[in-house]
Design a protein around this ligand. Sequence first.
Ligand SMILES: [Zn+2]
Length: 249
Amino acid sequence: MSDGDSVKKVQVSLVLAGFLRLLARRPEIPAATIADVVLFTAGEKVAVRFAVPTEVRTELDHWASDCGLAADSRTMGIKRVADWTCVGVDESLATEHLDVVVYARSQKDASVICETETSGTSAQAGLLLGYPPCCVAAYECYSKGPADWIGRALARSGAGPFPCWANRLPLSWGAPTFIGELYPCSFDCASATRRGRLVFELLQEFGLEKLAQTILAQAILPVAGGSIAAPRETKRVNTAPDLLLEFVE
Ligand SMILES: [Zn+2]
């Protein structure tokens, strides 16, 4: 085994396995974040971001500290619109408060991204978090009418069928996806598709074959009567810890 391989193995074990153990215990952590942590573990993202209650952030802080990661966080007012979480709304509109926390391998990255994310410049934060520029631009458009982001995405997508790799819809019923927290600019976006496919490949490379196949099965949606239906056997990974803990060390 080369030095590079052993460094990678330690990172996977510490960062990803540690995160999955925490996720199995804490259903408050969005399952969407699995894909982002996989990309971060592989060095494909400089930082990961969570919006969670303070007590969950404290546990994430322990995980990050064990992994030698830097952190920065702010408590923000939140309002939920359909499956959209509006962060940093006026206090008069906030229905709850969550901690937005960013973990990175350098303190500078964690602080810059946290400040950008929480100061109302979400497009810049999206680029710093490694999201494709086309999808970051579309996010700005979606955010003007979050309740109808799916309709707007479909209007940009052309005729289906669409590749399963950039399918975000399973998040609506609590299942994870390969594109994590990314809102694709269309269900046919080449950059989002490439990213989702990479997460699928990395999950297998990291020994998480069963999790990869479960997410894949849920990303391929049955279409009934012209509309998309949730699969009957949805696995919400946060309530199926055995799926998360299959990790081979
Ligand atoms: Zn895109």
